[in-house]
Design a protein around this ligand. Structure first.
Ligand code: ZN
Length: 275
């Protein structure tokens, strides 16, 4: 399976309003429709956030449930749910949908930092301990989101504590001011620290999107695209999720690799599968 590349589509995120890009899907119906289009274009996984009726990020478990059900009516794409979609939410609110829905995958942001200039992205040791234990209990695969290299050590700490289980799947997030910059050199540095047996994916935010994607494909990783991370297709030209996935799939094929299906992604990542 080493020539298979998993494309994750990060459809919505917690922040970007329609005013910045009208293609950002906000309602459960819009998100499910975009998930379907991205699946058709080659995405094996969709990473989802919820928005409330005002378009603000929310951890509303009912919305996650409704959206996941709508997606499941349409296709077999892997659903990866965020655990950090609303900075006002309590630890318990951030885990409620994981507890209730036990998705195949969810994000595990392995540390806190200043997400400039918005505020502190808070993932306390106590929260990560509770989240990790819940994910292990529910057989939810943690996607270890790494914004800076020390977060890889934090993830390993929780493995050593028995909170989460190896092999880990890392998602390297590069180019957020406050985390590591979106350079290939930084990606290479992170890969040097990769625990044996791990799987990994990477993406750059904004203008760093394309170089990191091409480097990740070249270095044997998986990739993530989508309007959560980058709202442009090219300079000044707004993107849709579907066309970002389609471009990623073309790049994978041009590199003489293959786009992983959801079934292949489940095998590569050791997911429990659909309910
Ligand atoms: Zn996210």
């Amino acid at each position: 399976m080493s020539d298979k590349v998993i494309i994750t589509a990060a459809l919505t995120g917690a922040v970007t309003p329609k005013e910045k890009n009208p293609n950002v899907p906000l309602t459960p119906e819009e998100i499910a429709e975009d998930a379907y289009k991205c699946w058709k274009a080659g995405a094996a996984i969709v990473h989802i956030h919820m928005r409330d009726s005002e378009g603000q990020g929310t951890m509303d478990a009912d919305r996650f449930e409704k959206t996941a059900a709508l997606i499941r009516e349409k296709c077999d794409v892997v659903v990866n749910m965020t655990t950090s979609g609303d900075h006002r939410a309590s630890d318990e609110e951030r885990m409620k949908h994981i507890d209730r829905l036990a998705p195949e995958m969810a994000s595990f942001d392995a540390g806190s930092f200043n997400w400039m200039p918005a505020g502190v992205f808070m993932n306390t040791p106590q929260f990560l301990d509770k989240l990790g234990r819940l994910m292990t209990e529910k057989n939810v695969k943690p996607e270890i989101e790494v914004f800076d290299s020390g977060m890889m050590d934090i993830a390993q700490y929780y493995v050593a504590q028995g909170v989460i289980k190896a092999p880990l799947h890392f998602q390297f997030v590069l180019g957020v001011l406050g985390g590591m910059g979106g350079t290939v050199k930084n990606l290479v540095y992170l890969l040097d620290k990769l625990p044996e047996g791990s799987t990994w994916s990477a993406f750059g935010v904004g203008k760093d999107h394309l170089p990191i994607m091409m480097a990740a494909i070249g270095m044997g990783g998986h990739i993530r695209v989508g309007l959560e991370d980058n709202i442009y297709y090219s300079k000044g030209r707004l993107a849709s999720n579907e066309e970002l996935v389609a471009r990623a799939a073309r790049l994978v094929k041009e590199a003489n690799k293959e786009v992983a299906t959801p079934a292949e992604a489940r095998q590569i990542l050791g997911l429990k599968g659909m309910k």
